[in-house]
Design a protein around this ligand. Sequence first.
Ligand code: EPS
Length: 393
Amino acid sequence: MHFKFTTAGESHGKALVAIVEGVPGGLLIDVAAIDHELWRRQQGYGRGGRMKIETETVEILSGVRHGKALGSPIALMIANDDFVHWQDVMSVEALDSEPTNPRVVTRPRPGHADLPGGQKFGTRDLRDILERASARETAARVACGAIAKQLLAQFGIEIKSHVIQLGGTPEQPLERTWDDIATIPRDSALNCADAEIEQAMIALIDKAKDDGDTLGGIYEVVARGLPVGLGAHTSWEDKLDGRLARSIMSIHATKAVEIGMGVANAAKRGSEVHDEILLSETSAVATGFFRKTNRAGGLEGGITNGEELRVRGYMKPISTLRKPLHSVDINTKEEDLAAFERSDITAVPAAGVIGEAMIAIVLADAMREKFGGDSIEEMRRNFEGYQGTVQRY
Ligand code: EPS
């Protein structure tokens, strides 16, 4: 049994849609909680005008009855409110005449999918590429991830994210506990656990805006309450670290991924890196085995070890610049400046929310793989039986 999803939809098309499979029958589906995650993805200082246009809400089309999953594929839809302004340009039907403003894109943006996508598909209008390459697609992922989160919550698993560096500030990415992250206000500007540093980040965004430029950063996703034993050391494709890394690297503009203190650990000695194993007699530690440090970020051998899972995504600056970089027109073959499409100055907090969704989906998949079950009750029985065995180990 696998938890999986697929999405469809163009940025200025009619809607984003997704199909989620592997949701156990009987799982309560909270639509308002999905909408809340969609709202979270839209937040963050430095987002562009599009977020003011969209009021993202999900419509569930199938797979749920009377508030509970049926175990069948769940189809969902998020309408693009901006579509009304793009009906001709994004028309599904062939048009009898050219739209008054066809919005053809011929000057590829360095760093975007525009040029390699155009070359690969042979299209002379790069809009054919950029509409799908847009990070708008991540709204559909966040809706799927919200369902994964609801499944994980049944087993006491929670996920949060925070911004630990933006535009190179602070120099050393922030290290914060779960409780620190939990205190970040819902409406915080950048989802950063240090208010002073957040102010410095805001100043950097203002400066980048004035300069017609963009900024990247680092987000960290933390999951807690995980059972020991998700993923496996047995085959490369079963190792959970590889699966998590792939999911994070698939997020638009994310160019590197780190698990635990993976980057810093590479420069240290083994004795400074590995988390020593201790045994507790207190009931506070479910399995008895625990660590005082968690530099491994919750995974050993591609298997969860019961500690907090910590995954960092490194986001490059958004490739649409108000002060564009040099490019070449694909038709005239003349040097020109890249096209400008309305965009964001930065979207690192949103990438964190998307990271949460992707991590939730991979963890939900690993949970379905290990505990199976057609219904949530059956899955819970299998989970509890296994937890009993692990505790007696
Ligand atoms: C986005 C919607 C897009 C962009 C952004 C993310 O909307 P529009 O193109 O209408 O402004 O704001 O996409 C990109 C940064 C990109 O490079 O494609 C969203 O919904 O997150």
